[in-house]
Design a protein around this ligand. Sequence first.
Ligand SMILES: Nc1ncnc2c1ncn2[C@@H]1O[C@H](COP(=O)(O)OP(=O)(O)OP(=O)(O)O)[C@@H](O)[C@H]1O
Ligand SMILES: [Mg+2]
Length: 563
Amino acid sequence: MIFTTVGRRLLNYVLRRRRLLILTLLFSSITSLIGLFIPLVARDAINVMVSKSSENLLNYGLMIVFLSVVGGLLAFAQRYYSGLLSESVVFDLRNDLYSSLQNLSFGFYSRSDTGQIIARATSDVESVKRFISFAITGFTNAIITVVLALVIMMSIDLKLTLISLLPLPLMSILVRITAKRVRRLFEYARNIYGDFTSIIRESIIGIKVIKAFCGEEHFSKKFLEDIENYRDSLIKVGKHRALLWPTIGLISFISLLLIYWFGGILAMEKEITVGDLIAFSIYIGMITWPMVMLGFITVSYERAKVSASRVFEIMDMKSDIVEDPNAVDLVVKEGKIEFKDIWFSYDNRKWILKGINLTVNPGEKIVLVGPTGSGKTTLVQLLPRFFDPQRGVITIDGVDIRKVKLDSLRKNIGIVHQDIYLFPDTIRNNIAYGKPDATLAEIIEAAKIARIHDFISSLPKGYDTIIGERGITLSGGQRQRLAIARTLITNPKIIILDDSLSNIDADTEQAIYDALSKYFKGKTVIIISHRPSTLRLADRIVVLFDWKIVEEGTFDELMKGST
Ligand SMILES: Nc1ncnc2c1ncn2[C@@H]1O[C@H](COP(=O)(O)OP(=O)(O)OP(=O)(O)O)[C@@H](O)[C@H]1O
Ligand SMILES: [Mg+2]
């Protein structure tokens, strides 16, 4: 096997577990050696029989039994260690892949297909694992068995060895052809598998839409088509395999025929013993399977290489957001935010923000308004560096945010996202997500400000109620309030609420703002809202339109301006 870059990297993963690798190789070599020894004992036994010597045959029998038992035990150890090895290698691989996934930027996730990422993290990793556990022991067994068996056979009789090997090239060609076909079919089947699993995923996630628009039939038809193709390609795989084994059997019988024919003549001419002949035929049987194995291993290596390269591709992706090597911890004293001539585009084609200049003073509460799609969410997401602007500088207390540690930056900014994600966990853990060591009192305090405490207390399990798939379902407004509590508990110096009260009735909204006004003291706050009622709370209102700031001022100033 010639190692490509991918192969070498995979090998490096295996070499990291050197101890297990050595044990695996050791046990698989000894197992193969013992296997090779048995026909030699059988040969001697037969020669004793033929020569009618007085030697005790039982000893030979016992020897064979002994070797088989030891061989069996060692084979167990070999399997055990190769299993341990492949699991450990895949453990490292998974671990590295997961950290890379965690490091990748929002940009990566908004560009990629979730299904594809999940497939790489699961089925590609699995196929690498299958290859490692199968290939390492298979390969050593096969090489040792084939090479040594051939050496022994040649030492018995060179001509007979060459004759008996005649049909083998045919076999290796056959195996390669079948293996390639099977691989192509498998790849095809795997693509379909991806297709229909994403149909299942979409049907579950989008069930409301599907039912509302009576889209069931469309999905069912596509699904049916996919699983039919999947079934058919796997049946074809079965057919190829079913054909392969009898053909291999036939070819090895041809070898046997040649051995008995030519070997028989040699034995009659006393050039070899009868025992030699028998041992020879056993060896031919013994090398058939490893030969087939070697064919399969090379093909399965190709397959694992594809999977591994897909996994490495993600690992090699550089996050668009990089931390300055000399970054320092951000300490927010005042909380002054400045956006200086910010230009931003998601795709480097269309500007979403065009030269934004905005200063938010320490302790100020600004409300950002503007039509949908005007770039409000985009603008606030630049502050925690979920994306970096193409041009312009953002500073907090005069410090460029690209010069500070990401962790410290994000810890100082509390953001309630427009699309809220809650974990399928207890309410308590969801609120305490950003502060895992929070006391219950702190959690309740945050919930009270967000006006969700009464609702939580009314639940039979209170703060230990599980939400999400295996628990209760919350309304849109309840989710928003929980998300607010989750942000408040970390007590950040800068707070961003992105349309966070849109699903809450006007009275509750007012109550939340009343509670928040005390909490907001000394904090810099940016609120994005579509509601006129929110505007009155603002120290200043900023209007975004056509990806630019078009107006700025207090509520009264703007009202005057518009008349
Ligand atoms: N991840 C993304 N990748 C590419 N384009 C995006 C992405 N997110 C938003 N956009 C585009 O950027 C523009 C501004 O979107 P943004 O979400 O900032 O608007 P918004 O002002 O928050 O709107 P809304 O009031 O509806 O929340 C839109 O045209 C949107 O299609
Ligand atoms: Mg938005």
